[in-house]
Design a protein around this ligand. Structure first.
Ligand SMILES: *Cc1c(COP(=O)(O)O)cnc(C)c1O
Length: 356
């Protein structure tokens, strides 16, 4: 029976990615060996790295003067590595939730951190607007999609300082103007590959300004100078990422992906706005994430919340339990989730309503 995978991360990947990676785990590029057991310096794997970087540049239209790095340590290591490489004196942060707060905590180990605005007053169910970013900060850090609360920033903030973004949960879900950013980072396990790979896109000219002596592994320049293979990279995760990138390209690129994501999310949000038992957590339509749709029981239906999880389980709707800090439910609708799964969720929401 088909499973509808709404998990927040690690999360659903294209069938193509899973099938091609499974084949390469047995026989990689005709070598008769697994992609897990060949040298990362061999010609076959070098070709995988080259094509992965080339496709990332092509799909995201990465301009000249940027480096694409395939690192480890997750977005959580980038919370520290980004300020270590870019923060000279002070940086501004937009506090849109747990991940943004964790990024700020690490940046404070490196320099002064200014919180320009926070959505904490409403448990991060909106994206702050109308804030001022001081002109003398080294960068302004945003989290484009707030995985836990289901808010998303769909336009780049208009600021006159360099932008740094954690795009872990919406990278490759829509086109981005990379030229507005000095640094973008993303853990791969939401929309690209299995866990273990971290994507970094960095503007070369932004580096080397801090005067700090950096630990070798935490210096972006180390990885740039060594073609992102200073040490052994996460080979299987990179191979899988390449398959996802091919899948995106074959579908027609990010404009097509974006349309699919808009259509999927609309089916679910429309139902939540209509259904008498459930409602979306994020009231402002312009702040509603296309990747993580958080919802709760409407007033009067709280007592039957557990019943919906039971129904979801029966209908093979997996991973719908909300993050422990928000409660309720969360349907993650990443690129690889088919619209049939969104429809299956809507059917369950309707069935539940009819029975209550
Ligand atoms: C999942 C997530 C993280 C944490 O990523 P790790 O790779 O586990 O460190 C950080 N930021 C956002 C927005 C996320 O969704």
């Amino acid at each position: 029976m088909k499973k509808h995978n709404f998990s927040a991360g690690p999360s659903i990947l294209p069938e193509f990615t899973k099938e091609e990676t499974a084949k390469a785990i047995i026989d990689f590029a005709g070598t008769g060996l697994s992609v897990m057991e060949v040298s990362h310096r061999g010609a076959e794997f070098q070709a995988v790295v080259d094509e992965t970087i080339q496709l990332i540049k092509e799909i995201l239209s990465v301009p000249e003067g940027y480096s694409v790095l395939l690192l480890q340590g997750g977005a959580s290591l980038q919370f520290y590595m980004a300020p270590l490489n870019l923060l000279v004196k002070k940086a501004a942060y937009l506090n849109t939730g747990v991940w943004a707060s964790k990024a700020m905590k690490e940046a404070k180990l490196v320099g002064e951190v200014i919180e320009v605005a926070s959505s904490k007053d409403k448990n991060h169910t909106y994206v702050p607007k109308g804030y001022e970013v001081p002109a003398d900060v080294d960068y302004f850090h945003i989290t484009t999609n707030n995985t836990i609360y289901g808010t998303e920033m769909f336009s780049d903030p208009e600021v006159c300082v360099p932008l740094v973004a954690d795009m872990s949960s919406d990278i490759f879900s829509r086109p981005v103007d990379i030229s507005k950013y000095d640094l973008i980072y993303a853990g791969a396990q939401k929309n690209l590959a299995p866990a273990g790979l971290t994507l970094v896109i960095v503007k070369d000219a932004a580096l080397g300004k801090t005067g700090r002596t950096l630990p070798t592994m935490l210096n972006y320049q180390t990885h740039i100078d060594n073609g992102t293979m200073f040490n052994t990279p996460p080979c299987v995760a990179i191979y899988a990422a390449l398959q996802t990138l091919k899948w995106i390209k074959n579908l027609g690129g990010l404009e097509v992906i974006q349309k699919m994501n808009v259509a999927k999310a609309k089916v679910i949000y429309d139902e939540l706005d209509r259904n008498k038992c459930f409602k979306a957590v994020v009231p402002n339509k312009e702040d509603r994430s296309l990747m993580n749709i958080c919802f709760v029981m409407r007033e009067g239906y709280e007592a039957v919340e557990a019943d919906f999880l039971a129904l979801a389980k029966q209908r093979n709707l997996i991973g719908l339990k909300g993050h422990r800090s928000v409660g309720g439910f969360r349907a993650s609708t990443y690129n690889a989730l088919p619209i049939e799964s969104a429809q299956a969720l809507v059917d369950a929401l309707k069935e539940f309503e009819a029975n209550h």
